[in-house]
Design a protein around this ligand. Structure first.
Ligand SMILES: [Zn+2]
Length: 145
């Protein structure tokens, strides 16, 4: 009977870092602690390239199918519910669907990505969030003011 009491492979060596959860971060113990680089900020990274028409169409397709699903869900769950609220949601979704259609048309004729208000290019970050928007932020604000 050989009981290996001395030779454990995984010995708990020494008392290392106090916070052992973050792996190899090297604790420079100063007052200011920065969070490790962007685990949760996928949308804000710099995007040097503009989306291709193909990308744009995919995004628009996705946005459209999402809205269509929402419309459908409204029909299903909204039976006998709050009519007023429902029709507000419905018309909001339909408005977006219309914008998506118009965005498709702009992709076709090559004007997609330019603001309808000022003709400046709409920032790519904005198009990532709202691929169907026809306006830059400033013009959108003006339009909805
Ligand atoms: Zn504009």
């Amino acid at each position: 009977m050989t009981t290996q009491s001395e030779h454990r492979p995984q010995s708990s060596q020494s008392s290392q870092s106090p916070h052992g959860s973050q792996g190899s971060q090297g604790s420079q113990g100063s007052q200011r602690k920065r969070p490790a680089v962007s685990v949760d900020a996928p949308l804000t990274g710099p995007r040097p390239e503009r989306m291709t028409a193909h990308d744009v169409r995919r995004r628009l397709e996705h946005a459209r199918s999402t809205r269509l699903t929402q419309l459908h869900a409204l029909d299903e769950t909204g039976q006998g519910g709050d009519d007023h609220l429902m029709s507000m949601q419905r018309s909001a979704i339909e408005r977006v669907l219309k914008e998506i259609d118009e965005a498709f048309a702009r992709v076709e004729d090559g004007t997609y990505g330019s603001c309808l208000g000022c003709a400046e290019p709409v920032p790519a970050e904005r198009l990532e969030i709202l691929p169907y928007t026809p306006y830059c932020v400033a013009c959108q604000r003006r339009a909805t003011a």
